[in-house]
Ligand binder design. Sequence first.
Ligand code: IVH
Length: 671
Amino acid sequence: MPMDMDKATATARAAELRQLINRHNYLYYVLDRPEITDAAYDALMRELEAIEAKYPDLVQPDSPTQRVGAPPAAGFVTVSHAIPMFSLANAFTAADLREFDQRVRELAGVDKVSYVVELKFDGLAVSLQYVDGLLTTGATRGDGSVGEDITSNLRTLPTVPLRLQQPYTLTVRGEVYMPKATFARLNAERQEAGLPLFANPRNAAAGSMRQLDPKIAASRGLAIYFYNLASIDGVNLTTHADSLKLMREVGLRVNSDWVVLDSIDEIIDYCLAWHEKRHSLPYEIDGLVIKVNDLALQSRLGYTAKSPRWAIAYKFPAEQVQTKLLDIEISVGRTGTLNPTAVLEPVTIAGSVVSRASLHNADLIAAKDIRIGDTVLVQKAGDIIPEVVGPLVDLRTGAEEPYVMPTTCPECGTQAVRAPDEVAWRCPNVSCPALLREGLIHFASRDAMDIEGLGPAMVSALLAADLVKDFADLYSLTQAELLTLERVGVKTADNLLRAIDKSKQNSLERLIFALGIRHVGAKGALSLAQHFGTLEKLMAADQADLQQVPDIGPKMAASIVDYWQVEANRRLIQKLIASGVNTRYLDATALGDVFADTTFVITGTLPGVSREEAKQLIERYGGKVTSSVSRKTNYLLAGEKAGSKLARAQELGVPVLSWEEFLALLPAGTV
Ligand code: IVH
């Protein structure tokens, strides 16, 4: 923002930005059809933040900047649900479904009923109230009539609109969930930090929403799907399908996997098809929900004490499989945690063969009395991480052996230790070979230095051949050295060297995360990089300086300070710098890269600028201009008298920008 922007201009621009950002949120989160790059979106957000920082009275509760606003609460306030939140009766078999349909038809006195079938999201049910289009209250289900006010937490979800696209007063119900991949990442981080793990994404979502500090909910990558419009003022709807469409139109995120089916046979087939299909979804569902489509018929059918008569939940059979626990091995994590892992007789669970599963920690093994040789139940938590549920005690033969957690590290023999507030045992040896191996795997991983081709197998090969002793050694590897490894040819070697070389250009946050400082995740690393700008400044910061940084708490700050204290770590940093690894934060927008990876086509007469000038502007911001519209075109910049290119763009669904809309994508004050 130009610092001299006057109040009137700022007011107008802030309103314009709020509208633009909300529109892009809708395109991204609800329609799943983004029109601008993440960098362009971030630039809009930053511009709005800058204006609001200069003129704080322009901040409005529905501003997209106001998601994490409220300070931690002392406790949750209760909220009464004007319309109770019912749960659903369950069906487990095709026969249960037929019985449900039969009852509905009998009660309704009709032969045929049309149903909507939706996914049953496995998360936390919430109710949101919008008044004149503004989000006012969000609550948990509680006992169905009284829940807890979790508005500040719900506001942090990017998929919860703070303002609807039209000023409706309505009550809407939905499910907050945690995507499978987010769950896996969260638990992996918790395991490394020695914290107790969440049993499944549902518990993780519910646990996150019940945190008093909205920052925690904000950091957990949660999302929402809305599935029920409990009330809306001034609109008469006739079917549930129409209400789903209306919700989506006003900006409420509705899952698109719903269908209208007219016979119970079709519904049964549809449910059975989802038994397998559900594993390909990025989030967990535990069944399907079948709802009478006609809303008048819904009211006639009414409710029992607990649930609607017009709907039923079809629950998938639990995917727990029985197998033999052959052995328990300890794998050493990146921060030295000793993770007990079950070695199993291979079984197929949720579509894939499982031969190893997590046993979490020694306390859990003891609490569940899991013994080697036991027949155990195994399931996938979040459908991805296999875990041992527990032993089938009745099937014991007497030959099973209780497990004794080793007191030393299996890789280096060092005495294991356990911090008083942690469940995990750790190897405290900083030169433990497992730490280097796991550390290298992490260093090269996608969110860290992103070195393609440097996965676990290659890391093990490099270590076995003694080619690397620390992270920095990667940068002095040669083709000749790599060619000494088994199954590595010239092409693999060159690709790897190129990927390693490329990683030198990474922005600082990747390097910070890659170092593997305890408690510093990808998010914390980004905050640090943005705040300090260079590694040098970060290293000069003391505990108090670090705690000034958003998202950095005392534990992380202390861990960072400790990290630089270790002589070996300082030497490693010097070596990385000497190898040419970048240690600066590269702000894509500050560099003018708002259009990185974005291709434009320009057509028609633009107001006051030539096409050549427009082209130069796009290129200055990192974009590309091509001459013909294809599926790869990100935008058509169209002026007056745009002809066939405009038609072609519309045909292909390529977003069309006017000159004004185009300018709005640029950081303000730069044109
Ligand atoms: S409809 C009166 N639709 O399942 C309408 N519920 O066991 C009640 N759920 O508490 C809910 N996906 O948390 C409905 N598409 C969906 C759903 C859904 C998940 C949850 C919801 C509810 C529970 C009922």
